[in-house]
Design a binder for this molecule. Structure first.
Ligand SMILES: [Zn+2]
Length: 256
């Protein structure tokens, strides 16, 4: 089996769609196309045709290109079954535990609700990549529009259970702002400080900071670091339960 190739497609102001393809197998999916034109240009630039559209959740900046791309390429739209009514053009709904095939490449579906009630991730286990939409960002997590802190804490826990080497492809380039927030809570975190140097250099040169990895998020993302003594001290929550530490971190980020 040839390796899955992944190409970042910047969309709108700070969204990323991704082309995920295996040329030999004749399959190419786009993950979360907010708009069609940049995706069409990326497909043309790589001499690819689109076979599938994968949506992590229903928000317009992840599905806005669905119908135009489906019409032009006859691509099949795959998204969360539990949000079928809100996914434009959906052909196939998937649920927790489903193994969805992109040609010979298996993607396991993880239900990770809270940003939206039916948000999912696509985990290409053998290819070592996960598409996390607006649930897990590089050094951040999504806002809780349709869920509670315990729900998001559980969703993030599911992602943190993946192998540390798993590459994380998220829905937005929010890394610099996320990292600045993280530093206010863990100014002594050496991994975080080192990562921020790299992120600042990348953004200064206009380069993306994606992908991250699960291992790197464990070391630098305050939203999954409720066990950190420094984080707990910063929040004044030394003795609280992990989920309460997460909830306070999310609350502080909302007004950062
Ligand atoms: Zn969203």
């Amino acid at each position: 089996m040839t390796a899955l190739e992944i190409v970042l497609v910047p969309c709108l102001k700070d969204n990323y769609a991704y082309l995920v393809f295996d040329r030999a197998a004749g399959v190419c999916a786009v993950v979360d196309p907010s708009e069609a034109p940049p995706v069409e240009r990326a497909l043309a630039g790589h001499d690819l045709s689109l076979t599938h559209i994968l949506n992590t959740h229903h928000h317009w900046d992840h599905t806005g290109g669905n119908l135009a791309l489906k019409e032009r390429f006859g691509a099949r739209v795959v998204g969360p079954e539990k949000d079928r009514a809100r996914i434009p053009g959906i052909d196939e709904g998937v649920v927790e535990g489903d193994v969805w095939m992109l040609g010979p490449h298996a993607a396991r579906v993880l239900e990770i609700p809270a940003h939206t009630r039916a948000h999912i991730a696509f985990w290409f286990e053998a290819d070592g990549a996960v598409f996390t939409g607006d649930t897990l960002f590089a050094m951040g997590c999504g806002r809780l529009f349709e869920g509670t802190p315990p729900m998001m804490w559980e969703s993030l826990g599911k992602l943190m259970a993946l192998p540390d080497s798993t590459r994380v492809y998220c829905g937005h380039e929010y890394t610099l702002a996320n990292g600045r927030f993280a530093l206010t809570l863990e100014p002594g975190n050496a991994d975080l400080k080192a990562r921020m140097k790299e992120v600042e250099a990348a953004r200064a040169g206009g380069a993306p900071t994606i992908p991250s990895t699960i291992g790197l998020e464990k070391r630098t993302n305050p939203f999954v670091r409720a066990a950190s003594a420094e984080l707990r001290r910063s929040l004044g929550l030394e003795a609280a339960e992990d989920v309460a530490v997460f909830a306070e971190t999310r609350l502080r980020k909302d007004s950062f």
